[in-house]
Design a protein around this ligand. Structure first.
Ligand SMILES: Cc1cc2nc3c(=O)[nH]c(=O)nc-3n(C[C@H](O)[C@H](O)[C@H](O)COP(=O)(O)OP(=O)(O)OC[C@H]3O[C@@H](n4cnc5c(N)ncnc54)[C@H](O)[C@@H]3O)c2cc1C
Length: 125
C-alpha cells in the first residue's frame, strides 16, 4: 500500500489483524509538525472501538477538565444571538451539549443500531 496517512495506517492495521501481510510505503521520512487529526469524530471513535483502540485513544487525549472548559465556552458562544442567527441561516440548529451528553448520545446510537446490525447479519471482515 502507498501512503501512511490516517487511511493507509488504519487500513494496514486492519488488514494485518485479518492476517493479510501488508507493506506500507510512505514518501515522508518523518511526521509533519502539524497533527493531521486533533479531533476524532464519532465515526472515527467507532472504528477505534472496533479495533480495540478506543481506551488508548481516550487516554492520550485532552484532559477532561480542559474538555469541560472548552465545552462550556462553546455552549456559551452558541447562545450568542448573532452567532445563533448565522448558524440558523446556514440551515443548522445550534445546541450546546456537554462531554457527558455526547457520550450519552454515542451510547444511545450504539444501543439503537446494534440490534439492527445484528439482525441484518452484517459482519465486518
Ligand atoms: C492541519 C490539518 C489538521 C487536520 N485535522 C483533522 C482533525 O482534527 N480531524 C480529522 O478528522 N481530520 C483532520 N484533518 C483532515 C485529515 O488529516 C485528512 O482527512 C486525512 O489526512 C486524510 O487521510 P488520507 O490517509 O486519505 O490522506 P493523507 O493524510 O494525505 O495521506 C496520504 C499519504 O500518502 C503519502 N503519499 C502520497 N503519494 C505517495 C507516493 N507516491 N509514495 C509514497 N507516499 C505517498 C503522503 O505523503 C501521505 O502521508 C486535518 C488535516 C490537516 C492538513
Amino acid at each position: 500500500m502507498v501512503g501512511a496517512g490516517p487511511i493507509g495506517l488504519v487500513l494496514a492495521i486492519d488488514l494485518a489483524r485479518c492476517g493479510v501481510s501488508v507493506q506500507l510505503i510512505e514518501r515522508n521520512a518523518t511526521c509533519r509538525q502539524l497533527p493531521k487529526m486533533e479531533r476524532c469524530n464519532a465515526r472515527t471513535m467507532e472504528m477505534f472501538r472496533r479495533m480495540g483502540l478506543v481506551e488508548r485513544a481516550r487516554a492520550a487525549s485532552t484532559p477532561p477538565t480542559t474538555v469541560a472548559a472548552l465545552s462550556a465556552e462553546m455552549a456559551a458562544i452558541l447562545k450568542l444571538p448573532d452567532v445563533r442567527e448565522r448558524i440558523v441561516l446556514l440551515g443548522m440548529d445550534p445546541r450546546g451539549s456537554t462531554p457527558a451528553g455526547l457520550a450519552e448520545l454515542d451510547e444511545g446510537e450504539l444501543k439503537r443500531w446494534q440490534p439492527i446490525v445484528a439482525a441484518s447479519g452484517f459482519k465486518v471482515e
